[in-house]
Write a protein that binds this ligand. Sequence first.
Ligand SMILES: [Zn+2]
Length: 246
Amino acid sequence: MIEVALASGLPAATAAWDEAHALGRALLETGRYDTIQVRVNNNTRSAVRYRCAARVLNLSVHWRVLGQTADLVELVARGSRPAWLSIQERLGPDPTPREVDLEPRGDIHDLAALAEAEQIWLPQPVQAVIGWGRWPHRAPERGLRFGSCTGQTPPVIRIHPVLDHGTVPGWYVGFVVFHELLHVAIPPTPGAGRRVVHSRTFGRHEATHPEFHRAHAWEIHEMPFLLARIAARVSGGGPGPRRGSA
Ligand SMILES: [Zn+2]
């Protein structure tokens, strides 16, 4: 059985329905599924998402990659990485270059210089836009993330502003920058339903960085102070302890 659903606002809904149905048929022919539910989306952040339970395949596909039936079957039914790369290429860069105003130069640390220096520890040089993120409006409830990296082209890396402080050593900020750059060098692998961001390959390579152990030890030791600085900043609302004047 093939069920097709279309998100609203697709440029050519009729073609999308036909292509989605053809994709569903190709997937049925693999003999792996009894039911295929294809949803055509218009969201580049979830170009392809799928999960399968009890031979029911639930698949969400961006309308721009719908025509790549062979690649989609290879990816969904066999987890093929070349097929995933080919789909990404077809999808092209994300049309959201609004992050260009990110500031890499902080009061203490210059992220652009650190990113340059960290390149040598990567499996291959990578390009990314890097800058200091914004202070959060609320204190983190669960784990604190010191860096983030988007999957768009070029990738955009943001580093938590709590690290732009005189008590945070440059080698530690460098390691955080390295971790995010490594996400660009070793991108997440597509999996059934959710992507594997910190793969075994990623972990193995990360552990080869000369500051790997020192950075983790520093982080554990300093975490209470970092959290306190964020909490003070969030509750105070002023320039906070970033300037270290209090
Ligand atoms: Zn990570």
